[in-house]
Design a protein around this ligand. Sequence first.
Ligand SMILES: [Zn+2]
Length: 104
Amino acid sequence: MAQPLHRLVTGLLDRLRPTVYVDGCDVPDPPESPYRARLTLAPEQCLDDVELREREVVRGEMKTIYEIRCRCGKRWFNPRLENVQLCPRCGCAVLLNPPGTAMP
Ligand SMILES: [Zn+2]
């Protein structure tokens, strides 16, 4: 049979067959996204005595806190990036550079 005719006949025969419905429960779940997959260890990484459990994912709050250290050794925290802070122990005015930048 010629290829186009064969395809036409097969297509017609397929249409005449009764439709087979699939139960949604039998369809496999879509593969987990990389984000979900990261929450569980790969099977070869799991230790036998480690109990596997699902983790709840929640939204958190992130805050930047600067740690300031005076020459006298006193250490304190400040939520804002400021150029000068007064040391609560020795009273010096402590000049500050943003983190990661060299002192002049
Ligand atoms: Zn000080």
